[in-house]
Design a protein around this ligand. Structure first.
Ligand SMILES: [Zn+2]
Length: 319
């Protein structure tokens, strides 16, 4: 599923990896963890004038053409005032402005709000989350963003196009083979309800993907409760490893893509907010389009197994 080679240096190694299907490349340099950049510093954010806090949200955010917003539990979904997609909706997840951990209901309700707003869209849909400003959130108040465009974005389009070719050549879906390969290699994350695995050619730190048993956003409702439960476990895992900030994207296909594409989620951890604004994204990621990653996916999966054994809410792992 991918090719790799290592070069050794006096302190360790660099492992270069290329995903066979997409040609996406990454390099993994575990020794760079020793630099110890990033800490657990999480500032508290004032809620003054926050447009997503109760009170102001009903006054300053737009409404859908029917004159309403979508309310599910604490979540409120509305059109983005400053869209960067043909259809762009925002879901404020909680009443609270600053939330260190989320309940299952908060995440499931917010995802339901997104699905309700997006399910009638017939083109390429994604549900996304930047959590904390160091992960790109322009407002610290937790919120999801749903996008829909005529064309799939760069990453999903690679899987959509190459997945079609893979199906023609091999007579089966690419994602079936991704799953088998992850299980064979021990990169799967047992104890989750849906199928999650440490992605072998990570495009971000500690990348974990979920292969969803569905294609379109409308079908996501069927597994949304399970997805929310797994996400809470995985965010707890990230926090245990020292990072609270993260990005998440769930990519959906259209009905016509059903045989060759599976909806999937990508989750990556990000550097925590810090006083110097030190970034975990620099010229390699932004200009070379080649991520420098610190954690080997195989080690991430192995760490998860140890973590999950001691976590009360994760079912017993059967090795
Ligand atoms: Zn707020």
């Amino acid at each position: 599923m991918f090719t790799s080679f290592r070069t050794e240096h006096t302190e360790g190694f660099i492992e270069y990896r290329v995903e066979d299907l997409t040609g996406l490349r990454t390099r993994i340099c575990p020794e760079r963890l020793k630099r110890g950049i990033g800490g657990v510093y999480i500032p508290t954010y004032k809620d003054e004038d926050c447009p997503f806090c109760p009170g102001l949200i009903e006054e300053v955010t737009p409404v859908f053409p029917d004159g309403k917003r979508i309310h599910i539990g604490e979540s409120i979904t509305f059109p983005n005032l400053y869209p960067f997609a043909a259809y762009h909706v925002v879901t404020s997840i909680t009443h609270e402005h600053s939330v260190p951990t989320f309940t299952h209901k908060q995440i499931a309700d917010a995802l339901s709000g997104q699905v309700t707003a997006l399910k009638k869209q017939s083109e390429y849909v994604s549900i996304n989350w930047n959590y904390l400003p160091s992960a790109g959130a322009s407002l610290p108040h937790p919120h999801l963003q749903g996008l829909c465009d005529h064309q799939p974005d760069t990453l999903p389009s690679r899987y959509l196009l190459a997945g079609e070719q893979y199906h023609k050549t091999h007579g089966r879906g690419y994602f079936e083979d991704v799953r088998k390969d992850a299980e064979r290699s021990g990169r799967d994350l047992p104890g989750t309800i849906l199928f999650w695995y440490a992605h072998p050619v990570p495009i971000g730190e500690r990348e974990i993907r979920c292969l969803l048993p569905l294609t379109t956003v409308a079908e996501f409702s069927d597994v949304l409760e399970d997805f929310a439960a797994d996400l809470i476990s995985l965010l707890g895992f990230y926090r245990d490893l020292g990072t609270s900030a993260f990005n998440m994207a769930i990519f959906f296909g259209q009905n016509k893509d059903r045989n060759t594409f599976s909806a999937f989620c990508s989750l990556i951890s990000r550097i925590n907010p810090n006083p110097l604004s030190t970034s975990d994204t620099a010229f390699m990621e932004r200009l070379h389009l080649e991520p420098v990653i610190l954690t080997l996916p195989e080690e991430l999966a192995s760490t998860w197994r140890e973590y999950a054994q001691n976590m009360p809410n994760v079912p017993t792992i059967i090795n």
